[in-house]
Design a protein around this ligand. Structure first.
Ligand code: UD1
Ligand code: CA
Length: 459
């Protein structure tokens, strides 16, 4: 096992302060749970052991369902939560091969913003020959965190409840992320006492003055946010967004007009794009350069190519908008939509599972479902594909260069050739060959002077 670390994730706590019906590791963050982020940041660093307690079946089931294909792991139940030190003791008692790892990493399930580089840096530090290293950061508001008391050799961690006024003034704090030499950890975790204000076995007491242990100070305190209550959960949610938004603003050159009112989880946005307020862009979106996304848009699993313009209040899921296309305002692209280069979709246009060619225009109030629309097609206002017969969905095909007048319905399955012309107000239920014209509406009769008979005046 040498070279590989044992990873011990403390996830037994109840999370009482969160006031939610979830065990804390499963508290929701963006579309996932707290512990998912911790697991992601630890991937490939070693072998996972989860210390579970409160509602352990739920936590175990969640991890099995979401991570079984990526990694193997052990669950160890801590029946009574007697403190973080006790949790690590439980680990040694529950894991047969714990002693075979040179290093043991310990972290908590409630710190979702940690990134892999933090663990990697700690690993580099301990490999310099220390018995234990602890990630620390400085904060103006250290309340609740263990304070780091540095000495010439070794250091101690003083918990909030136990500190004297001088200790509590210290602003360097314990993040709860550690790597130990396994032999040192095991020896000291069995020497812990619960003689403190909380009556718990503190893992933090394994760090001592004169011991061969060091605190490793990190700059970016935002990453160490521990989630104990709903206020911190909302800070974590914002933390995810801040991370990607900052990257886009500082590294890429995306104009995010109001970062505090924008919900961007993706880092895949190109230079010179502009994101207006109240826009949500999820982590799977890929957005090109020179794209404008106006206020109120929601984008999930969307690809938006260079120079496209997404106008206000447009909703896009699992779809592609190609170069320089214009979509919205108030358009709805449902899964499987592919909007061709230079095409234009206007207000109240809904597209589902359809391919729209290049430079095609669907400017107002239309529904296009299960369709293939060619290049340079014009679909007039109020165009509708009647794609569903109550049991099955059917396809509509319209060839390049066709002009479909306003208020037309196409009863699918149907195929309209290239350069066809359909008169306004038609209900088309027969396919048309290239170049044909169709009109399918009641014939108009005009009777002069007869209007008088029908116009009623209020008495
Ligand atoms: C802990 C540290 C504190 C540090 C802070 C960072 C101790 C004594 N204190 O305090 O120095 O600044 O984290 O966020 O370690 N857990 C178990 N079993 C238990 C107790 C806790 O699995 O018996 C788990 C919890 O589920 C949680 C983690 O350990 O994931 C930390 O416990 P928590 O009570 O949140 O500790 P803090 O008070 O935050
Ligand atoms: Ca905590």
């Amino acid at each position: 096992m040498s070279g590989k670390m044992s990873l011990v994730v403390l996830a037994a706590g109840k999370g009482t302060r969160l006031k939610m019906d979830f065990p804390k590791p499963l508290a929701p963050l963006h579309k996932r749970t707290l512990i998912d982020y911790v697991i992601d940041s630890l991937q490939n660093l070693g072998d996972f052991n989860f210390i579970v307690g409160h509602q352990n079946e739920l936590v175990e089931e969640h991890i099995k369902n979401n991570f079984s294909s990526k990694m193997s792991f052990n669950f160890i139940e801590q029946k009574e939560q007697l403190g973080t030190g006790h949790a690590v003791r439980t680990y040694f008692e529950g894991s047969e091969d714990a002693d075979s790892y040179e290093y043991t990493l310990v972290t908590c399930a409630d710190t979702p913003l940690l990134t892999k580089d933090i663990f990697e840096k700690l690993l580099v530090e301990i490999q310099k020959g220390y018995d234990g290293v602890c990630a620390t950061f400085k904060t103006e508001n250290p309340f609740g965190y263990g304070r780091i008391k540095r000495y010439n050799k070794g250091f101690e961690i003083v918990e909030q409840k136990d500190g004297n006024p001088d200790d509590l003034k210290i602003n360097e704090v314990n993040s709860g992320v550690y790597i130990f030499k396994t032999a040192y950890l095991k020896e000291h975790v069995y020497g812990l006492s619960s003689d403190n204000k909380a009556g718990e076995f503190y893992l933090t007491d394994t760090f001592k003055r004169e011991a061969n242990v060091v605190p490793v100070l990190f700059d970016d305190k935002r990453k160490f946010l521990g989630v104990n209550d709903l206020l911190q959960l909302s800070e974590a949610e914002r933390g995810l967004i801040i991370e990607s938004t900052r990257y886009l603003l500082t590294e890429v050159g995306v104009r995010v007009l109001d970062p505090s009112h924008t919900y961007i989880y993706s880092k895949n946005i190109g230079r010179n794009s502009v994101i207006h307020p109240n826009v949500t862009i999820d982590e799977n979106c890929v957005i090109g350069s020179g794209v404008t996304i106006e206020p109120g848009c929601f984008l999930e699993n969307a690809v938006i190519e260079d120079g496209a313009h997404i106008k206000a209040n447009t909703y896009i899921t699992d779809s592609i908008v190609r170069k320089k296309a214009k979509v919205g305002p108030m358009a709805h692209l449902r899964p499987g939509s592919d909007i061709g280069e230079g095409s234009k979709l206007g207000n109240f246009v809904e597209i589902k599972k359809s391919i729209i060619g290049k430079n095609t225009s669907i400017s107002h109030l239309s529904y296009v479902g299960d369709a293939e629309i060619g290049d340079q097609v014009n679909l007039g206002c109020g165009f509708i594909t009647c794609n569903y017969d109550g049991a099955n969905k059917h396809k509509t095909i319209i060839g390049d260069g066709s002009f479909i007048g306003s208020d037309t319905q196409m009863i699918a399955p149907i195929e309209i050739g290239k350069e066809c012309y359909v008169a306004s107000g038609s209900t088309i239920n027969k396919s048309m060959v290239d170049g044909s014209f169709a009109i399918a509406r009641g014939r108009q009769e005009t009777k002069e002077g007869m209007a008088r008979k029908f116009i009623k005046k209020k008495s």
